[in-house]
Design a protein around this ligand. Structure first.
Ligand SMILES: [Zn+2]
Length: 398
């Protein structure tokens, strides 16, 4: 026994009564087969309906391949001869608008862009179609949208029916049926006629709007994401909110945003390189001042000091110090991730790596490097702790 699919002739009725034909299990969940249903089972790219049977939540609706019975998969078991069904109307309305919108968009893509729809992916959050063309120009997509939305505005009637074989043979279908046997045809007001088993609007005006959000090349095909009706409105609201915040923050019109952002990025790059140059100059001055009061290590000058600065700044200072000849620089940066930077000039015959290891024994953390430059750390340490670690390394030079 199979299920009479009432949604074929009526995609609007949400409440109904039905007899239970079979109590079964699907995917480890209790499931019911009814003699009639308004619940749409997943298929043809359209997700299944949700709702309740006698108040028990319907988690999924599937067609059983063996006999095409409709399986209503339930959250908990239900023992009843007769059930009252309630289909989730908001979800149905959303999917109905998107499915009809997809037919209109597919036809508009064929007519305007010569792009045939290869596949459709429909979910609660995203709607995409893959077409057999790449590099569709933005102006072409705009023309596609214009035609699709003209069909929406004309509020054309939509008809779904099972034609006789003779009638079917005479119809110029966009997409040929995937199944043998009785073929259902959906005619969007003479604009698009195709084989389809899904739920559709009664008039195209209910689609609301058809807006392509994104076109993305995938190999030799293009994936178009689009939104219809309330989903398109929510998308518009969210994007408008972001745009308004950005235009207020940058005090420009929305059409000037790309230029304003490009300008900011350019300024940022210029400031970064200016800052780098200024820091290098400052490091050179500071190195000279530190060297003027440096202690001595044999014939060489020694600077051993912790700073409350970023590791990057201390690294620049170490570089400036050892750029001079005859210098040993044992520097540290205090902070959340304290760092030690030990370096020496090219003409000083000293391996700073053992000094770093010694200091890290006290400071904690990891490090490494070469005889002329070694760095490490990573643990949190204040100025005194970093200085103490540097002092521990100094004992190796005594
Ligand atoms: Zn369809």
């Amino acid at each position: 026994m199979t299920t009479e699919r009432l949604y074929y002739d009526d995609a609007y009725t949400l409440h109904f009564e039905a007899n239970v034909l079979e109590v079964t299990v699907h995917a480890q969940r209790p499931a019911l087969v009814l003699d009639r249903t308004y619940f749409y089972p997943e298929g043809g790219g359209q997700p299944s309906d949700r709702g309740t049977l006698n108040g028990v939540r319907v988690l999924d609706v599937q067609t059983r391949p063996s006999d095409r019975a409709v399986l209503h998969v339930l959250e908990s078991p239900l023992t009843a001869q007769r059930v009252t069904g309630a289909v989730d109307g908001e979800r149905r309305r959303d999917l109905r608008a998107h499915h009809s919108g997809q037919h209109v968009l597919s036809q508009a893509l064929e007519r305007v862009a010569g792009a045939r729809t290869l596949s459709v992916h429909m979910s609660e959050t995203s709607m995409t179609i893959d077409v057999d063309r790449v590099n569709i120009a933005p102006e072409t997509l705009e023309a596609v949208e214009a035609l699709a939305n003209q069909i929406v505005l004309e509020n054309r009637p939509v008809r779904a029916w099972f034609p006789t074989p003779e009638e079917l043979a005479a119809l110029n279908l966009r997409k040929l049926p995937e199944i043998d046997g009785k073929v259902r045809v959906v005619d969007i007001g003479g604009f698009d006629i195709t084989a389809c088993g899904g739920t559709h609007v009664a008039h195209t005006g209910e689609i609301g709007i058809i807006k392509v959000i994104k076109a993305e090349r995938r190999g030799e095909t293009t994936r178009l994401e689009f939104k219809c009706g309330e989903r398109a409105l929510r998308d518009f609201q969210a994007k408008n909110e972001v745009i308004n915040r950005l235009t207020a923050a940058l005090t420009v019109g929305y059409w000037e945003l790309p230029e304003a952002v490009a300008r900011l990025q350019e300024q940022n790059r210029a400031l970064q390189s200016e800052l780098r140059a200024a820091r290098e100059r400052l490091a050179a001055y500071e190195a000279a001042s530190l060297l003027a009061s440096a202690s001595s290590y044999g014939a060489y000058r020694l600077v051993a000091r912790a700073f409350a600065r970023s590791a990057d700044e201390v690294r620049l200072l170490a570089q400036a110090l050892v750029a001079e000849s005859g210098v040993v620089a044992l520097l540290g940066a205090a902070g959340e991730k304290a760092q030690l930077i030990f370096a020496r000039s090219a003409d000083v015959p000293l391996d700073v790596l053992p000094l770093l290891k010694k200091a890290l024994e006290q400071l904690g953390g990891r490090g490494g490097g070469r005889p002329n430059l070694a760095q490490g750390g990573g643990a949190s340490a204040d100025l005194d702790q970093v200085q103490a670690a540097i002092n521990a390394a100094l004992t190796m030079l005594a």
